[in-house]
Write a protein that binds this ligand. Sequence first.
Ligand code: 5AD
Ligand code: SF4
Length: 446
Amino acid sequence: MEEKYYALLNYGCQMNESDTEHYAGQLEELGYKAIADFHNADVIIVNTCCVRESAEKKIAGKIGELKAVKTKNPDVVICVAGCMAQKDGDKLIKKHPQVDLLLGTAYVNDFKQILLDYLAERGSKRRTRVYDDLTIHQSEFEGKMVRQSKFEAWIPIMYGCNNFCTYCIVPYVRGRERSRSMENIVAEIEAAVADGYKEFTLLGQNVNSYGKDFGEKDAFAKLLRRVNEIPGVDRIHYMTSHPRDMSEEVIKAVAECEHICENFHVPFQSGSTEILRRMNRGYSREKYLELIALIRKYVPNCTITTDIIVGFPGETEADFEDTLNLVKEVGFDAAFTFIYSKRSGTPAAKMDNQVPLDVKKARLNRLMEAQNINSLKCNEKLIGQVVEVLAEGPSKNKDVWNGRTRTGKLVLWPLEGKTYQAGDKVYVKIDTAQTWLVKGKAVDNG
Ligand code: 5AD
Ligand code: SF4
């Protein structure tokens, strides 16, 4: 039989990466093989993101590039999947007639069948579009995943979001919250352990709401404790958390369970209570700081990371300074900082007093400067300590390897004649701290 190839172009968050791994699994079940150069593929999937305009522009450029691929090889199947496909629907096909298959966010599990149906009918029906129904996504799934890493696995635990933060497009493109059953999640993790996986990230747009749709209280804390008991699971991470929904039970689970890593990713978005109110975040600056204090009470040696938006409509200099001060006060280990991007269809897009781009850029720079000081300070605390690292691979300089600590910090150490495999546990004594990473030497054990 003639060999068939697939290429995947993934954009966006970890949920998209996980969906892409699921597409790869389904394509391999159909006998397709992965190929790096999309020009030579028989099926190309572009898995898209629309969280900010900058992402959309980049992706639209890439889809545009595929026009030439289609002209050269009219038999190629070009599939656009994910959040932008969901948002733009028919408009996207009109703009990019080279797209054969448009797949909304709720159809990941059905991709294999949709592709087979499309190929069977292709002569009569040139295009297939499935994006209308956001509710059909059965949250359970089995089947093959082709994971990027050999030791770290993404595990979706819930889909969608009910929060409706006023800046955010996600609830419109990912639909309402739907949780996977605990048995289905545990079965996937056990199967991954059998394949050699050690590190697991439980994914959802708002993991602290896990199980609310089953009417179960503290379901996320229970899930964390259950995953902690699976033999062979070494590290557990989870994202993303909403400060309003993060319960004491979850913090206790992190404190008490050996394998749950002691990093808390808690996006605060803005340090101004007034902006938080207009973002519909459901907490104040003070409540957020109380949460941080509670986390530090239970898990004193934890790291804390966050997401921040600057330039939300109506953000004044004083509001921005509240954000800056909160960053300094908490001393985050790392922060993902974003310029507010107007998403049409969201309430914030219609608000008055949109902040000019030059003001937003200047605020972002001041914020990053403050955070870089925090990051360096936090990393300097590791000097002299021996940290546990899961080895990832060689750096640009092949004599140096890199890996991550339990809290996600990047560590570099020289090979010194040794050989490592991805996923090996290495203990590294830290001697140098930089803003983005730490360096040290491998030692015998912790
Ligand atoms: N503009 C800028 N940043 C945004 N985010 C979500 N929506 C927007 C937007 N419209 C950021 C938030 C979120 C992260 C994943 O992306 O900080 O936590
Ligand atoms: Fe992008 Fe949000 Fe969709 Fe993830 S869920 S791909 S961040 S728009």
